[in-house]
Design a protein around this ligand. Structure first.
Ligand SMILES: NC(=O)c1ccc[n+]([C@@H]2O[C@H](COP(=O)([O-])OP(=O)(O)OC[C@H]3O[C@@H](n4cnc5c(N)ncnc54)[C@H](OP(=O)(O)O)[C@@H]3O)[C@@H](O)[C@H]2O)c1
Length: 311
């Protein structure tokens, strides 16, 4: 099969489009013929940190058609359309075929295109778990989403609106219009205004991207407010992990999310997408032989929503 393989020496992207062995499913695996894959920060960050999948194939978010199943598989059969997030299973999506365990994939409704389906799993489930599980979002909450222009951020805006919150998004100028179109009530262009100095206070702050002071964010939390660290610069994340507990003394809380892929949350997201309550924002589409350039583009960290590879 064709695949995009990591190769440290491959210039300029360290990825090569080439032939490799088609995988064979074990008794507990589903073999998926990949139709679309979307890129995530997990791909380019793992690559940067030299955390390389065993088979050297990145690509977590997949959508495709079941080719064959192992003898212990109960929920899927050949011909079923599926989507899922394989980051917890060694990636492998940037290829014509990938193996998935039953617990990480769900059925794809016919109303959802393969491209839109592939744009959902990791980013949308992360946004859901950050707002609902870590942020305990409630109707009427004031929510600030820092870094609302990318994969996770665009879903976070839409999900926060779905949960009945008032949403302020923080992004650069080229995402402002898009963020309003996703339902945000206020959008702050971080190149023009410091969101920590607007004299507004929030019930939930989601730090999705950027590199901002956790203490400055804590100051604009309301009493009982929750700051959820999702991503961004390593210094922003590590401060929340290592000093979060001291900053959580008192009523304001600093939490860190480690999103966990699971069928229940993905099914919830798929239902919302099927009913057009949330819609994937897709920056660009590429073919598998262009995926190395697409990865370098995503790695710059300024894409408008998701980058989708049509396999
Ligand atoms: N904790 C978890 O379990 C988990 C799960 C998934 C992802 N993550 C993390 O979440 C982060 C976002 O992932 P993603 O897939 O959404 O990435 P992404 O799509 O690559 O994010 C790109 C977006 O980041 C925005 N951005 C860059 N610098 C910014 C800044 N200084 N201030 C505000 N926004 C800025 C960009 O907007 P502009 O062009 O406007 O700058 C762009 O739209 C990553 O750090 C990722 O590692 C964590």
């Amino acid at each position: 099969m064709k695949a995009l393989l990591y190769n440290k020496k491959a210039s300029p992207h360290q990825l090569i489009y080439c032939d490799t062995d088609k995988p064979t499913p074990s008794d507990d695996e589903v073999l998926v013929k990949i139709i679309a894959v979307s890129l995530n920060a997990a791909d380019y960050r793992s690559m940067k940190m030299r955390i390389i999948p065993k088979k050297k194939i990145f690509g977590a978010d997949i959508a495709g058609c079941v080719e064959s199943v192992g003898k212990n598989i109960r929920q899927f059969k050949p011909g079923d359309d599926v989507l899922g997030d394989l980051a917890d299973y060694g990636f492998g999506g940037l290829a014509e075929y990938a193996l998935a365990p039953e617990r990480l994939i769900v059925h794809k409704p016919a109303a959802l295109s393969f491209e839109n389906a592939a744009a959902l799993p990791m980013a949308a489930v992360t946004a859901l778990q950050a707002l609902r599980d870590k942020g305990n979002i409630q109707k009427g909450h004031e929510v600030l989403i820092i870094g609302c222009g990318g994969g996770v951020g665009t879903y976070a805006v839409q999900l926060a609106k779905y949960f009945g919150a008032t949403v302020t998004g923080v992004c650069s100028a080229h995402h402002v219009e898009q963020t309003y179109s996703l339902g945000a009530d206020v959008v702050i262009d971080y190149t023009k205004e410091d969101f920590t100095k607007t004299k507004k206070w929030y019930d939930i702050i989601l730090a999705v991207n950027g590199n901002y002071s956790v203490l400055a964010c804590r100051k604009i939390l309301k009493p009982n407010g929750i700051y959820v660290a999702v991503g961004g610069a390593l210094s922003q994340i590590s401060k929340s992990i290592f000093f979060g507990w001291t900053m959580s003394l008192g009523s304001k809380k600093i939490r860190f999310l480690v999103a966990k892929a699971n069928q229940k949350d993905l099914e919830f997201i798929v239902k919302l997408a099927e009913n057009e309550v949330i819609k994937p924002v897709i920056d660009r589409y590429c073919s598998l032989d262009q995926a190395a350039e697409a990865m370098s583009y995503a790695r710059q960290g300024h894409s408008k929503g998701k980058v989708v590879i049509k396999v």
